[in-house]
Design a binder for this molecule. Structure first.
Ligand SMILES: Nc1ncnc2c1ncn2[C@@H]1O[C@H](COP(=O)(O)OP(=O)(O)O)[C@@H](O)[C@H]1O
Ligand SMILES: [Mg+2]
Length: 263
């Protein structure tokens, strides 16, 4: 059997300074999309609102089998200066780590740490003028941030809750074209996303739902783009046997253990 060993996981940061643009939705659906291919996926929740954790808890409690995702409440984690070394230890054995960021200022120390640990950054943007304005500022701040400039990594915008192309969205695309950033995918505005969230799954796992199936292509486009942008880590597409019932882990517990091990 041909399987390639992966040395380090791909860290995917889902971020935008704007609240409500779909960061958690994109993070949970990305995690589910990768897990459904048999990859070992971890989902790190840096948002004290803990929506991703809640989603993972529902997922873990489901009676129907679904691909395991290891969830970590990173907002309960170590002090900022310890975050990077902690994240390296916590990522052992994973193929993909999806990081759900809170709506942070680009000037914050936490934002710096999240950018530093990322290999690729996905920015969900909704097509209202307020969202586009905030997202433009966020992307400009990100592109000029010293941490980003020290090691530029791919940034991909995904349009979220897109009904149809609007004049606003065209303006955003013009700005992105000037910055050299592409719009990778667009997700429709459909209740199937909240239905998936309520069930602890991703739309990619709702094969009996027509509205969900209409979204498949957009998710495959996004994961393919991420794979292309992170070639060193994107080697194993072969399905692995799934571990039975991996638990939602809470950062503080794991960190305590990690510190004990290192003491
Ligand atoms: N494509 C979509 N279609 C319909 N509802 C969506 C979509 N994306 C997100 N939502 C809903 O919008 C709300 C905010 O999304 P969320 O992912 O929590 O944003 P953020 O994490 O950026 O604050 C949630 O209720 C979510 O279910
Ligand atoms: Mg969120």
């Amino acid at each position: 059997m041909d399987s390639t060993k992966i040395s380090s996981p791909r860290h995917i940061l889902v971020a935008n300074g704007k609240g409500g643009c779909g960061k958690t939705t994109v993070a949970t659906n990305l995690a589910a999309a990768y897990a459904s291919t048999g990859q070992q996926v971890a989902l790190w929740d840096y948002d004290p609102q803990a929506s991703t954790q809640y989603w993972a808890e529902i997922r873990h409690a489901r009676e129907e089998a679904c691909a395991p995702i290891e969830a970590l409440a990173s907002f309960k984690g170590p002090r900022l200066r310890e975050t990077l070394s902690f994240s390296r230890r916590a990522s052992e054995g994973c193929d993909v780590i999806v990081i759900d960021a809170p709506s942070l200022s680009t000037a914050s120390a936490q934002f710096e740490n999240l950018v530093r640990m990322s290999d690729v950054i996905v920015v969900p943007v909704m097509a209202s003028s307020i969202d586009i304005r905030a997202s433009k500022r966020f992307i400009t701040d990100l592109l000029t941030h010293r941490i980003y400039r020290a090691r530029p990594r791919p940034i991909g915008v995904v349009g979220n809750r897109i009904a149809t192309y609007s004049a606003n969205y065209e303006k955003l695309e013009q700005f992105l074209a000037c910055s050299g950033i592409a719009t990778i995918s667009q997700f429709r505005d459909t209740p199937v996303y909240s239905e998936a969230a309520d069930q602890g799954i991703g739309v990619i796992e709702m094969s009996d739902n027509r509205a969900a199936r209409r979204e498949y292509r957009a998710w495959h486009t996004l994961t393919s783009w991420i794979d292309e942008q992170t070639p060193r880590q994107s080697t194993n597409t072969q399905a692995r046997p799934r571990a039975a019932g991996r638990k939602v882990q809470h950062g503080a517990e794991q960190i305590d253990q990690t510190h004990k091990n290192n003491a």
